[in-house]
Design a protein around this ligand. Structure first.
Ligand code: GCW
Length: 661
């Protein structure tokens, strides 16, 4: 389809399609039950091959020398056709794909895996890759979920692409057509779970009418192997259930959660589990009753355990009323301080979900030290796909390079290789569960990295470009170049050297407003004054945050000489004329980067304009509008930030661009 909802699943005709001879002529699906992912895979193969190659395949029951695609579970295949070598290598949700001339095998460890294999095969066809291949693909981690921040009234917290497809007017939507379309996109990038409502959760989701609605959502997504989960409000037993308390150790509260959980599972037997934001930013939680966060999490774990449900418990817990006059106060310390002593105290079906950095989805943060603190607790990484602090879908910021930097970061716990990606997969500390949660909007690279974090950010991007915009080499080259420089460009004209994004943090999270970071309890401080800037997070003289990392990493951040320039102001408080490794002063780096970033933003418009005749006008105009906005806004960013620090420091720009001349 050419409609917008198809995203990268357009199945656009391949140039020279008729010259391909090695296309199979029939499909054998090893399960024909409607609503099974294998049946979905068969439908998808028909649709895809029709679109990409213009060929109509028949449904077969026996293999033919004209070529057959067999799709199903490995187990079902073995029953009818006997054993195959790779069978033992396929792990949960994984698949085996073999293309040999016109014979194609797509065999999943489970039905979901078979569907993933079918999407992989179609992605290859759509990119013109018909060569012989034979490989097993397995996920790096079992949990690959999205977190939707949709509210029951239909609005979306930090959503910039229209209203909710799940809720309206306080209830689950009746029409699930778009929900199924969305599940199709999720399955194609191997996402296996979705939390449908905001972590700032509304307890009325638990009404009988809404539980039935959740069943409707799960029914729409089940054919795609996408399991539904929900966010819970910790106070529900009291505010919604009418009990006098929501103390997690009160037996009536425990029984209330067990009961409501049973009701939900009666309607959604394969529900993935719960997500909980507790004692954070005004949300209720166990600390109110002097119970630990682990006691709170385990209450849900007990209720979900008999049903095989998982509890994702967020580590985003911090005090938002801290006092900047205390040099040692530091929001970045909060997660480790709250969770350190709870390691090993969470039930086995609890996963602590950790934002990638210690503060909040900024343009540049180090990896959260909590990944290396929790050794006896399953963890997952939380990424933000929606561009809250990063331009809110009006600035081009391709995020895969940022995520890769965090996933590949080595925390060196016990002086052994401890990459974040191997911690959250459960591998490094031998945990049964783990994975990633993406607060979503813009998905493709997120799903593929959740499956395989070793993939290259540029290769993922280029697959997406070919699938979305076709095979024109100029389009491929131009969009690749624009996207790969987009994160550094945004960083250049917003907040440099690890000082955070410098956007307005009090209300909009959009546009320049460096003054809002300081002098309030939110703890996103820069400590900028007339002479100096940056958070001193050293152990010797500051908040001791650097000491939360394993020694090999802590030493790097503790010393100003070894701290990379791009995190200098995250870990150190320095004078504006402090010299960077580049030889420039901090303040001159600010001035220059802002000019450089804003200049690049102007060239993005020119680059996009060069594709006018290579892209359909609807998508061309849509993106041009955003690029033009970004270019103008980048100038506003440049001048506001430079003027702010020029006023504060009264240090001249060597190139005499900033200030009154
Ligand atoms: O980044 C902040 C956002 C809030 C969000 C919170 C969180 C859902 O500004 O909108 O609330 O983080 O992650 O809980």
């Amino acid at each position: 389809g050419e409609d917008g909802s198809a995203g990268w699943l357009r199945y656009a005709p391949l140039p020279y399609a008729s010259s391909y001879s090695s296309i199979p002529s029939s499909i054998i699906a090893l399960n024909n039950t409607k609503s099974s992912p294998v049946y979905t895979a068969q439908q998808e193969l028909h649709r895809g091959i029709q679109g990409i190659l213009g060929k109509t395949l028949s449904n077969g029951t026996s293999t033919s020398k004209d070529g057959t695609i067999i799709v199903g579970t490995a187990h079902a295949y073995q029953k009818s056709y006997g054993d195959f070598d790779e069978a033992g290598d396929i792990e949960e949700d994984g698949y085996f794909l073999s293309i040999e001339g016109r014979q194609v095998l797509i065999l999943g460890q489970n039905e979901r895996g078979a569907l993933y294999g079918a999407f992989d095969y179609l992605s290859r066809l759509a990119q013109g890759q018909l060569d012989t291949v034979s490989y097993v693909s397995n996920p790096h981690a079992p949990i690959r979920w999205t977190n939707e921040w949709d509210n029951l009234d239909g609005s979306i917290e930090r959503g910039y692409a229209g209203p909710s497809i799940f809720f309206e007017n306080g209830f689950v939507t009746e029409n699930t057509t778009r929900v199924a379309e969305y599940a199709r996109l999720l399955a194609s990038i191997r996402i296996n779970g979705i939390i449908v409502n905001n972590v700032n959760a509304n307890a009325t989701l638990l009404s009988a009418r809404n539980i039935d609605g959740l069943g409707r959502l799960a029914d729409a997504m089940r054919p795609y192997g996408v399991q539904l989960g929900i966010s819970l409000n910790f106070a529900s037993p009291q505010t919604f259930g009418g009990l006098s308390t929501f103390d997690p150790l009160d037996p009536t509260v425990d029984a209330w959660w067990a009961n409501i959980t049973n009701q939900i599972y009666a309607r959604v037997p394969d529900m993935a589990g719960y997500l909980v934001k507790a004692n954070s930013e005004g949300q209720p939680g166990p600390l109110t009753f002097n119970r630990t966060l682990a006691e709170g999490a385990n209450m849900f774990a007990r209720a979900a355990k008999p049903h095989g449900g998982i509890i994702m418990f967020r580590a985003f817990v911090y005090d938002n009323h801290i006092n900047e006059t205390n040099w040692k106060a530091d929001r970045a310390n909060a997660a480790v301080e709250f969770f350190r002593d709870l390691d090993g105290k969470f039930d086995d079906n609890v996963v602590v979900q950790i934002k990638y950095g210690p503060i909040d989805f900024q343009v540049r943060e180090p990896a959260s030290p909590l990944f290396s603190t929790l050794r006896n607790t399953s963890t997952a990484i939380e990424l933000q796909v929606t561009q809250e602090y990063l331009g809110q879908q009006t600035h081009l910021v391709y995020l895969a390079p940022l995520w890769k930097e965090i996933l590949e970061f080595d925390l060196k716990a016990d002086n052994r290789s401890s990459k974040v990606k191997d911690i959250v997969s459960g591998e490094r500390f031998r945990r049964p569960l783990g994975g990633s949660a993406g607060v979503v909007n813009n998905l493709y690279a997120y799903g593929l990295l959740a499956w395989d974090p070793s993939l290259d950010a540029e290769e993922i991007l280029q697959d997406w470009i070919r699938l979305t915009f076709g095979h024109d080499p100029k389009v491929l080259e131009t969009i690749t170049d624009m996207s790969m420089k987009s994160w550094p460009t945004y960083e250049n004209y917003t907040g440099n050297l690890g000082v955070q994004t410098l956007t307005d943090i009090l209300y909009t999270h959009f546009g320049p407003n460096p003054a809002t970071l300081d002098n309030n309890g939110w703890g996103q401080w820069t400590r900028a004054d007339k002479f100096s800037i940056g958070m001193d997070r050293t152990v010797k003289n500051g908040t001791a945050n650097a000491g939360q990392y394993p020694p090999a990493v802590a030493n790097v951040y503790e010393n100003i000489e070894t701290t990379p320039d791009n995190l200098l102001l995250w870990f150190h408080h320095v004078i504006y004329t402090h010299q960077l490794k580049s030889g420039k002063t901090v303040i001159q780096h600010f001035y220059d980067s802002h000019y450089e970033g804003a200049a690049t933003a102007q060239t993005l418009v020119k680059q996009w304009e060069s594709l006018k005749s290579n892209i359909d006008s609807e998508r061309y105009e849509h993106v041009l509008f955003r690029q033009t906005f970004q270019a103008g806004h980048a100038l506003v960013w440049r001048d506001s930030i430079n003027q702010f620090y020029h006023n504060l420091s009264e240090i001249e720009d060597q190139a005499k661009r900033v200030g009154n001349h």
